[in-house]
Design a protein around this ligand. Structure first.
Ligand code: ADP
Ligand code: MG
Length: 342
């Protein structure tokens, strides 16, 4: 199986214009230059605090929101050039709260069958036959066919949402916090189901989650976002074992069980700045223990460092030793790689 990217996102931006009385409209930069790729059969986890743009990314990929600029490619075909119905055959989504996305007046089997009914081209018998098989695949018993969504438990409802999303045989499944509304014991069951289905159908997952223990469990690659921008992206093991961006380090600092990261652990302090008024330069400057003058003015590029990318000026090859210290906590740095803070 080729590892060429199935989904490719290039410099994606989504600015929401926000109008307020007697004031000039302002832009919320919900996505501000996001690029990544996702290979077939792999899971890319998107992490970051509330408001960093995760759901906007999902909505843009689902054609719910139109990007301000940038492009998304599926097997080399541009999202903007494909008819929406074709795109949706390949890219489907499951939600945090499946209840709000399932029609309360429809029965389970009809809910699962509906995407194929809308797509047309198959006989009713064929469609319902496939829907029954899909119900079984996601672990819903045949006697649930005629039940309405409210008669299911949270975990069963998520199974229903998964079955519906898979009926068009998509290649990409976008999962926006798919288990965060479920009890921990049920979370594991649904995650195991998702992993089994991924193997069986060679699905690619864009898995949005704020739960880093789940991310470490299921992700192949990790994308760390902050204020609409990518702070760090790379293979899961690299990112967890030795996070490079100060923001990732702070996120992981409160999870000693998940990382072998050395040194004192500066935890995340201060508030997320308003996306209406993002600072010039690095978005993380206001909360970063290592902030330097350059961070105030210049947005750091995504440096290639230790097998992943990290958008921090500390990785700059021409950074002088003194610039990174001062009265602030020191960070050990060799060849641009952050090893530990003293
Ligand atoms: N329709 C909208 N109009 C204006 N601002 C929005 C809209 N949707 C989202 N935003 C803003 O965009 C930013 C990113 O939101 P979102 O993608 O929902 O973040 P997340 O899912 O990571 O919590 C937030 O500041 C949010 O307030
Ligand atoms: Mg969200």
């Amino acid at each position: 199986m080729s590892n060429a990217p199935l989904l490719e996102v290039k410099d994606l931006r989504k600015y929401y214009e926000v109008k307020s009385f007697l004031k000039a409209p302002k832009a919320v930069k919900a996505l501000d230059g996001v690029s990544f790729s996702l290979a077939r059969g792999k899971t890319l986890a998107v992490v970051g605090e509330s408001g960093c743009g995760k759901s906007t990314l999902a909505k843009t990929l689902m054609l719910i929101e139109e990007p301000t600029s940038g492009e998304v490619f599926l097997e080399g075909k541009a999202m903007s050039a494909l008819p929406a119905a074709d795109w949706r055959k390949s890219v489907q989504m499951i939600f945090q709260d499946p209840y709000s996305s399932l029609n309360p007046r429809k029965k389970a089997l009809d809910i699962i069958a509906e995407p194929l009914v809308i797509a047309g081209g198959l006989s009713k018998d064929e469609i319902y036959d496939r829907a029954r098989k899909m119900m079984q695949k996601v672990g819903l018993r045949p006697e649930f066919e005629q039940r309405y969504p409210h008669m299911f438990s949270g975990g069963q409802r998520q199974r229903l949402g998964i079955a519906r999303a898979l009926m068009l045989q998509p290649k990409v499944l976008i999962c926006d916090e798919p288990v965060s509304a479920l009890d921990v014991s049920i979370q594991a069951q649904v995650l195991n189901l998702l992993m089994d289905l991924q193997d069986e159908f060679q699905l690619s997952y864009l898995f949005i989650s704020h739960d880093l223990s789940i991310v470490r469990h299921i992700a192949d690659d990790v994308l760390v976002m902050y204020l609409g921008q990518i702070m760090e992206k790379g293979p899961r093991d690299r990112v967890f074992a030795n996070p490079q961006h100060p923001y990732t380090r702070a996120l992981l600092a409160s999870h000693p069980d998940l990382t072998a990261m050395k040194g004192p652990r500066a935890t995340l302090e201060g508030e997320l700045p308003s996306p209406l008024n993002p600072p010039l330069g690095c978005p993380f400057q206001g909360r970063c223990p290592y902030v330097m003058l350059v961070c105030r003015d210049i947005r750091p590029p995504l440096y290639e460092v230790d097998g992943r990318r990290s958008a921090c000026h500390l990785h700059a090859p021409d950074l002088k030793a003194g610039e990174a210290s001062g009265s602030k906590p020191e960070i050990a740095r060799r060849d641009g790689i952050l090893t530990a803070s003293l």
